[in-house]
Design a protein around this ligand. Structure first.
Ligand code: PLP
Length: 357
């Protein structure tokens, strides 16, 4: 297998893929594949139940939060959040820290009033604007952030203190990469395809007092309360994807849990950033204090040389290092499943490329 630095769908642990392969044709003694199971069957209920239980343990999710496994990707949450959380003032605060935050706020504008509290757009989203509690509208129905900005390689290292205003976070590209205090949030969501498993599942963690505010004209499938009341099975859930999440959670548990992953992730990111900081050829694009631990963005400053690097890296077995089409340059996505060895080898390759160019 190659070292896959894809931003999404991202790399999965070999152990997880092999376990899935082993269980592909017959799960346990069920006589069938998970893909063939009725979602209402006992074996499948056990799978989805265990998936949720393992996640609750890994993230220490308090009892007053519900866990949902939905479809439609993180992008559908850009609409579901306002459709469900606009409930009093019909206004929300958004931090514009990247393309996905920008898409989310555009979607929310269709359903209520959106105030952009701060934006780093003018600087190609290379940093996270700093705000204080005074910047938060106390009347807002919620305060929205994108916790890790996949395209620009930045992250919130400190989450804003929003007081009584529920904090909503898109954690698509950082979920389970480090310990977070779930009780700080009103709602967390994440598309699965970076740190959780294959594409097709969207994880939502919602505080229960935020349920039940969807207006009458909100489609049933987009009402969190309906999904909670039906244990994510109002309709057929993405059964196989959820099973893959279970395998992923087992893998994380076997590694020692999120704290251990965080330690490894810090080590991995430091290896790459330390190299970038002393390199005469490569340069990190994100402001140091806001650097992402999952998506490391860098350039040589010369588009032709960037292209040459990506081409030679690909040939050497380091794939998907090309930056997002909107920013160019390079991006190494180093999700939970990327081993330390992958970064060590990449840095060696970058040193060699630097010496030759
Ligand atoms: N939010 C973030 C932070 C992302 O990185 C992405 C995808 O790359 C999305 C949202 C969109 O996710 P999806 O493709 O699941 O809709």
């Amino acid at each position: 297998r190659v070292f896959n630095f894809s931003a999404g769908p991202g790399v999965l642990p070999l152990e997880v893929l092999e376990k899935a392969q082993k269980e592909l044709v017959e799960y346990g003694t069920s006589g069938m594949s998970v893909m063939e199971m009725s979602h209402r069957s006992k074996p499948y209920e056990a799978i989805i139940g265990e998936t949720e239980a393992r996640l609750r343990k890994l993230m220490d999710i308090p009892d007053n939060y519900s866990v949902l496994f939905l479809q439609g990707g993180a992008s559908l949450q850009f609409a579901m959040v306002p459709l469900n959380l606009f409930r009093k003032s019909n206004t929300a605060d958004y931090m514009e820290t990247g393309q996905f935050a920008s898409k989310a706020l555009k979607e929310a504008k269709k359903f209520g009033e959106v105030r952009v509290v701060a934006s780093s757009k003018a600087d190609t989203y290379s940093y996270i604007p700093k705000i204080t509690k005074e910047d938060v509208n106390p009347e807002a129905d919620y305060f929205y952030i994108c916790a890790n900005n996949t395209i620009y390689g930045t992250k919130f290292n400190v989450f804003p203190d929003t007081g009584d205003v529920p904090l909503v976070a898109d954690m698509s590209s950082c979920i389970l990469s480090e310990k977070v205090d779930v009780s700080q949030f009103g709602l967390i969501f994440a598309g699965a395809q970076k740190n959780l498993g294959p594409a097709g599942v969207t994880l939502v963690i919602i505080r229960n007092d935020l349920l039940g505010f969807a207006k009458e004209n909100v489609p049933t499938m987009l009402d969190y309360k309906v999904m909670v009341e039906n244990d994510s099975m109002y309709n057929t859930p993405p059964t196989y994807g959820i099973y893959m999440l279970k395998l992923m959670f087992e893998w994380i548990e076997a590694k020692g849990g999120v704290e251990v992953l965080e330690k490894i992730n810090r080590e991995k990111a430091a290896l790459l950033y330390d190299f970038l900081d002393q390199s005469k050829l490569f340069k990190g694009t994100a402001v140091k204090e806001d650097r992402s631990m999952m998506n490391v963005t860098f350039v040589t400053g010369d588009a032709d040389l960037d292209a040459k690097f990506v081409k030679e890296a690909t040939a050497a077995g380091f794939v998907n290092l090309k930056g997002h089409r909107s920013v160019g340059g390079m991006r190494a996505s180093i999700y939970n499943a990327m081993p330390v060895e992958g970064i060590q080898k990449l840095v060696e390759f970058m040193k060699k490329f630097e010496a030759e160019n």
